[in-house]
Design a protein around this ligand. Structure first.
Ligand code: ADP
Ligand code: MG
Length: 436
């Protein structure tokens, strides 16, 4: 309050007595970071102070305190709210740290590709620090790792709102560490991670090659692990494939349970499509759903992206989505993906017609150079553009066993390395077939 007396002395100079006594009615003044909070007894007073004196107060306070600051006048009511906010953040420093409210267990579709990871997260959430510690989840991008981590955090907090949960990414962990080191507040950094009940670190592959961060993380990990606090980690590769990570850290990573999230199979994709389209209020006929689930082969994020594309189209054009439309709208996606529904027959026909050879000759035993080459390329493309097994491919080419197919694939692969023209031909055919 001394500061307010000084401010009043300065800005009250040459002011009448009424104004002076009014200025003294300020309830409280508090400096928090770079903000000077001035508590006014009520709203009317607040307006009066702001409209008459805010600039003078600002200038005066900066001079007196020798630092740049912002002045904020708040009424009693706002003061209470502010106090609660401060209390909350003090008590639960990182509780709701960037948790996506949509990433919850009830939203997560379980299929054979992610069942293990899902069950492990559930089990861990129910028994913090008691079973799999750490739990290490790995898998390609867009396959639900972050979703599972957030869901676990939400679940734990819903059961115990007082639990101290920190979710962060390895990347953020590192930048926070660096800024704490620069500000000389490394102890606070460590302190923050000391009393955590559940620590979730996403994308630990970012720690690759970051020696200093790894050392800090190693100590935090050990300290928590020792006292039975739960740690969950995610990465885009299994621990053994992480390079540039200290061995001692890697061996910690695998000391609990390591689970993989895999690419979704058709059935899981269909369930996801059904659920998401319902949420998005997008009606898709069954054949379109099947088409999307067969076409989008990369990950669930792309699957969502495709659905949003279809939704945007149907909203703008005010037309229901048919299979033909879906094909057209998603043609960019199709180009970069393996098209599962592509049949070997289609490939055979395209290749035969490109080389102008008779389809029956190509499927027979002719050893004519052009026919044999067409056959080999068709086999090669069948292998890479469809999900068919070697046995299925050899059947489609009327071969008794699959050695012929393996030989053909190897031959084309080798030839493509040396023969640029052949490589271009194969790529041309591939693109042509993919956009059929
Ligand atoms: P990752 O962290 O593995 O890269 P995310 O967790 O960010 O992937 O998932 C990408 C998107 O896909 C998110 O919008 C997420 O909600 C969704 N998603 C992933 N897996 C599932 C699933 N099994 N059920 C429902 N949505 C999922
Ligand atoms: Mg992620």
């Amino acid at each position: 309050m001394r500061i307010w007396e000084d401010i009043v002395t300065i800005i009250g100079e040459k002011k009448d007595r009424t104004t002076l006594s009014l200025l003294k009615e300020v309830k409280d003044v508090e400096l928090s970071g770079n903000t000077l909070f001035i508590s006014a007894p009520d709203e009317v007073y607040k307006e009066w102070l702001i409209s008459n004196f805010i600039e003078d107060i600002q200038e005066c306070a900066c001079r007196l305190l020798g630092q740049k600051l912002t002045v904020r006048v708040i009424s009693e009511g706002e003061k209470k709210k502010k106090a609660e906010e401060v209390k909350q953040t003090e008590e639960k420093p990182h509780r709701f740290y960037r948790l996506n409210p949509k990433f919850v267990f009830s939203n997560f579709i379980v299929g054979s590709c992610n069942k293990m990871a899902y069950s492990a997260c559930m089990a861990v959430a129910e028994n913090l620090g008691k079973i799999y510690n750490p739990l290490f989840i790995y898998g390609g991008v867009g396959l639900g790792k972050t979703h599972l981590l957030h869901a676990t955090a939400h679940y734990v907090l819903s059961k115990n709102p007082d639990a101290n949960v920190i979710y962060t990414t390895a990347d953020t962990f590192m930048s926070e560490l660096i800024s704490c080191m620069q500000q000389g507040s490394i102890l606070q950094f460590r302190q923050r991670y000391r009393d955590v009940d559940l620590l979730l670190i996403d994308d630990v592959q970012f720690l690759e090659g970051k020696e200093r961060t790894q050392i800090e993380f190693y100590h935090i990990f050990n300290a928590l692990h020792l006292i039975g606090k739960q740690i969950i980690l995610s990465s885009d590769t299994p621990p053994s494939h992480l390079s540039g990570i200290q061995e001692r850290l890697k061996s910690r990573f695998i000391s609990g349970l390591v689970v993989e999230v895999k690419k979704p199979d058709i059935d899981t994709k269909l369930s996801i499509i059904r659920k998401k389209t319902k949420e998005m209020n997008l009606h898709l006929p069954h054949d379109v759903m099947l088409f999307v689930s067969k076409t989008v082969n990369t990950n669930i994020r792309e699957l969502e992206g495709s659905l949003h594309k279809l939704k945007a189209y149907s909203d703008i054009m005010e037309r229901p989505i048919t299979l033909e439309l879906a094909r057209d709208i998603l043609k960019d996606v199709l180009k970069v993906q393996n098209v599962e529904e592509l049949s070997i027959e289609k490939i055979q026909k395209e290749v035969a017609s490109y080389f102008a050879v008779n389809l029956n000759d190509m499927l027979g035993n002719s050893r004519r150079k052009k026919v044999a080459l067409a056959r080999q390329i068709a086999m090669y493309l069948s292998r890479y553009l469809t999900d068919k097994s070697l046995t299925e491919i050899s059947k489609a080419f009327k071969k008794k066993d699959h050695t012929t197919v393996i030989n053909a694939i190897e031959k084309i692969e080798k030839a493509m390395e040396k023969d640029r023209k052949l490589k271009l031909t194969v790529e041309f055919l591939r693109d042509k077939i993919l956009t059929l």
